[in-house]
Design a protein around this ligand. Sequence first.
Ligand SMILES: NC(=O)c1ccc[n+]([C@@H]2O[C@H](COP(=O)([O-])OP(=O)(O)OC[C@H]3O[C@@H](n4cnc5c(N)ncnc54)[C@H](OP(=O)(O)O)[C@@H]3O)[C@@H](O)[C@H]2O)c1
Length: 259
Amino acid sequence: MNDKPVAVITGASRGIGRSVAIALAAEGYDIAAIARSVDSEGMENLGPDVENRGAQFFPIGLDISCTSCQKEVVSNILDRYGRIDILINNAGVSPPHWEDVLNMTEESYNRVMNINLKGPVFFAQKIAREMVWLKQQISDYKPVIIFMTSVSAVRSSTNRAEYCMSKSGLSMASTIFADRLSHEGILVFEVRPGVIQTDMTAKIKDKYDKLISEGLVPQKRWGLPEDIGKAVASISRGDWNFSTGMVFEISGGLNINKL
Ligand SMILES: NC(=O)c1ccc[n+]([C@@H]2O[C@H](COP(=O)([O-])OP(=O)(O)OC[C@H]3O[C@@H](n4cnc5c(N)ncnc54)[C@H](OP(=O)(O)O)[C@@H]3O)[C@@H](O)[C@H]2O)c1
């Protein structure tokens, strides 16, 4: 059994997931980092950044949408560490072509739903079952599951409907897991980022630079992956232990309804 707590982070190779992995390494977690491939530049760069913070780095290749591949990954993590203390369900994609909802294709809908919703839901289910069992085995075990949704869970964008629908579904998944796991001693949170500067938003950077300078985001700046890493670190420290099911919107004030 690993002495240190273990964090499992999907989509850890870049962007928000990378910041979360580094933040949790600094908080004293060993890191099981998941992306589609372990051979990417992102995964190779992440290893030293995790290890420099005194944490073990376990890179894992998994397409999160492959639900039949998930069991082996969970087993491998448990074989190595004997525990999973926090799961960050972060991997996600935006549709490569933004089409009006009237032209949305079934292919794009299925791809986004499989990666952003079905994959994370069944991965969380598998890890939650292990957490329920581990709760009986490890004293002072305080497991946590986090779902990375988006402000798009509750705001309409008619040109990427499948993304909004997937995040809306994931938001409800967070609520349902929080409800079901509340009496098992497992806390579940939704982290809902706003407009964050990563590869995902690179292609809309110019458009959003302008929108942000015009006041779209009340705090008038892009969110940074570190803004999300800090929030997850706070949850991991147990600062929100009486708040299961809570939504952390980290969006520079997009949540403010203005007249
Ligand atoms: N950026 C934003 O403004 C923003 C706002 C709200 C919510 N979010 C959400 O935050 C999460 C992270 O976004 P990001 O901006 O950091 O994105 P990103 O920079 O594009 O990184 C996406 C991550 O997900 C991984 N990934 C993609 N498809 C995968 C799959 N099928 N299986 C496993 N891993 C996969 C990628 O790894 P590989 O490519 O190496 O496999 C990468 O690590 C996503 O769920 C996104 O929807 C982002």
